[in-house]
Design a protein around this ligand. Structure first.
Ligand code: GDP
Length: 365
């Protein structure tokens, strides 16, 4: 499954945020086949539609879909040259599908920073430069090899060489591959290079608790938000320490706490949703059996593939997907009325599943 890796300089609040994630963690009994890795925190994706579906098609149990964060500690300046545990950490980043880049954005004289000051802009640049340098290293190695092959008029090599020539100057200037516009063929080649700076990113400013209700008014957050906006990325203002406290509360206590803080949603929930969207993930539902359940699929997947998310047998024996949109169920109020209104659709193999679809799969065993 897809995962977002938490990266950042030492002492910015990564472990605190990761602790919040594991404390808020999914009820593992609901996910018996989940693998447990200490560096992976599995959280449930909040979705208000589940409660409404369960109200209209009651079941014994509601099961949310999940999302995984991976803790990647120890990235320091010089990592691309092997400083600290440099190469190992860069390899760990290579394994993730998106990057959650945490920066310190609170004042506290008792907590030192590696640079001796609180400077989110500088912190972001330090990390991004390490990632660019690491990528430049990989690109340079391929550039020579592929260059030789391109001279022999090998078509694939020539195409890759052209992409490398586009990437190289951007990395040399400390930029990110994700900022480059590629056409579809180039995009495929670039993807195959597994570069760190081509991964989508969310910036998380670890702000003071006092700024939670209105991050935009926080000068540190503003710096991070402007930087993120300049590269078309999202920035979230989160108080990691407060999230760690919230994570241990039950639903009612949590709602009360958030209200007192003047916010409607926890920072962690916002981060989960933002990461989910960043990766192009969507949700479909199953209902009407023992449980009302949300499942994750990748935007653009067709019905048989989506059936395979539940079980490979569903994909192999796929016949059709009996589908109603969440909006229609919500509007008509029962499956009976949905059918009477002609809003239950029988979708076949070519149907591109939509976010919010409630599906019953028919399949041959
Ligand atoms: P990491 O090295 O990035 O994993 O940073 P840690 O999560 O270990 O945090 C470093 C220190 O900062 C710890 O002493 C935390 O308790 C503290 N810390 C983390 N988040 C916050 C915060 O939001 N506010 C304050 N005041 N301290 C924090």
């Amino acid at each position: 499954s897809l995962t977002a890796g938490i990266v950042g300089l030492p002492n910015v609040g990564k472990s605190t945020l990761f602790n919040a994630i594991t404390k808020a963690g999914a009820e593992m009994a609901n996910y018996p086949f989940a693998t447990i890795d200490p560096n992976v925190g599995m959280v449930e994706v909040p979705d208000q539609r589940l409660a409404r579906i369960d109200e209209l098609i009651p079941a014994k149990k509601i099961i949310k879909t999940t999302f995984e964060f991976t803790d990647i500690a120890g990235l320091v300046q010089g990592a691309s040259k092997g400083e600290g545990l440099g190469n190992k950490f860069l390899e760990n980043i290579r394994q993730v599908d998106a990057i959650v880049h945490v920066v310190r954005a609170f004042d506290d004289d008792n907590i030192t920073t590696v640079t001796g000051k609180v400077d989110p802009k500088d912190d972001i640049e330090v990390i991004n430069l390490e990632l660019s340098l690491a990528d430049l290293d990989s690109v340079n190695k391929r550039y020579e090899r592929v260059g030789k092959m391109a001279k022999t008029k090998d078509k694939d090599a020539m195409a890759e060489y052209a992409v490398l020539e586009k990437i190289k100057p951007v990395l040399e200037a400390g930029g990110a591959v994700r900022s480059i516009e590629f056409n579809e063929d180039e995009q495929k080649i670039a993807k195959g290079l597994f570069l760190l700076t081509s991964k989508p990113v969310i910036y998380v400013a670890n702000i003071a608790e006092e700024s939670m209700a209105d991050p935009d008014s926080d000068p540190y957050f503003k710096i991070v938000a402007d930087l993120a906006a300049a590269e078309g990325a999202e920035a979230l203002g989160i108080s990691a320490k407060t999230e760690e406290e919230i994570a241990t509360l039950d639903d009612d206590e949590k709602a009360e706490f958030l209200e007192a803080e003047g916010v409607t949603e926890s920072g962690l929930d916002r981060l989960i949703k933002a990461s989910y969207h960043l990766l192009g993930l969507q949700t479909f539902f199953t209902a009407g059996g023992k449980e009302t359940r949300a499942w994750t699929f990748k935007k653009g997947m067709k019905a048989p593939q989506v059936a395979g998310v539940i079980h490979s047998d569903f994909e192999r024996g796929f016949i059709r997907a009996e589908t109603v949109s969440f909006e229609d169920l919500d509007k008509y109020g029962s499956m009976q009325k949905v059918k009477e209104a002609g809003r239950l659709r029988l979708e076949g193999k070519e149907y591109v599943v939509q976010d919010g679809d409630i599906i019953e799969f028919r399949f041959n065993v």
